[in-house]
Design a protein around this ligand. Structure first.
Ligand code: IMP
Length: 231
């Protein structure tokens, strides 16, 4: 029998919440797509991130877990790139304040490093790369980005990670001041997930075993959802 459960290969509760919401109500072969998390089906199995790019990390995670799971596996790697810090913290976003990183410490470190940088030069972007794999093979890749600025102080209570200092000029709010559905509609993860959703909707219409949707040769399709630059 076809495995209809999609494994979401991340232990980050903030990401799980947002991706579940973005894929809500999706059905495959007439049955509602069930999304399961790592703790539910592969507890205790961890994969260390060693890549230098979001793509490398997301690919490595999705391949690692998809070799141990019979259905589709979705992994994502994401982070914050700050222009005046040459793209840091980038793939090190989660552990920027190592050795004992936390969201609060990461935020304080960014604010300290940007202390003398004026507002117009505090440009930053969030990047998210999602990789869908099955039985040790990449099926498709999706990228989403959103541009904004680093605020001078944290604002807002929602979201996770760097949300309180990521100021989104189009809505004049930090991501932590936005309701989750509004953040999802404009965020890097929301944009990548919307592309993934469209891909899965197309895939279910294609004959089974056929080439990946969008690419006649069935090779992995890297799709990119970029935001407009801030006004
Ligand atoms: P990783 O993909 O597990 O390596 O972690 C990504 C890290 O980037 C998170 O722990 C956050 O610190 C940061 N990050 C990624 N996406 C977001 C977001 O949507 N809001 C705030 N921080 C994020």
């Amino acid at each position: 029998m076809t495995e209809r459960r999609l494994l979401l290969a991340t232990g980050n509760p903030g990401k799980v919440r947002e991706i579940r919401r973005a894929l809500q109500g999706l059905s495959i072969d007439g049955a509602l797509l069930e999304i399961v998390g790592l703790p539910d089906v592969l507890p205790g199995l961890a994969h260390a991130e060693r890549g230098r790019t979001f793509e490398q990390n997301a690919r490595a995670k999705s391949l690692f877990y998809s070799r141990r799971w019979p259905g589709l596996t979705l992994a994502e790697d994401s982070g914050l790139e700050i222009e005046s810090l040459d793209g840091a913290p980038g793939v090190r976003s989660a552990r920027f304040s190592a050795p004992r990183p936390s969201d609060g410490k990461n935020i304080r470190k960014v604010l300290r490093l940007l202390k003398d940088i004026p507002a117009p030069a505090r440009r930053a972007r969030f990047v998210c790369v999602m990789v869908l794999a099955e039985r040790g093979r990449v099926v498709a890749e999706f990228r989403g980005e959103v541009r904004g600025r680093i605020a001078t102080a944290p604002r807002g209570e929602s979201g996770f990670g760097y949300d309180p200092i990521f100021y989104y000029p189009h809505l004049r709010r930090t991501f932590a001041e936005l309701p989750s559905e509004v953040k999802n509609a404009v965020s890097h993860r929301g944009r990548a997930a919307a592309r993934l959703r469209r891909f899965l909707e197309k895939k279910k219409k294609a004959p089974s075993g056929g080439p990946a949707a969008g690419r006649p040769d069935g090779a992995s399709a890297l799709t990119s959802a970029r935001s407009r630059p801030p006004r």
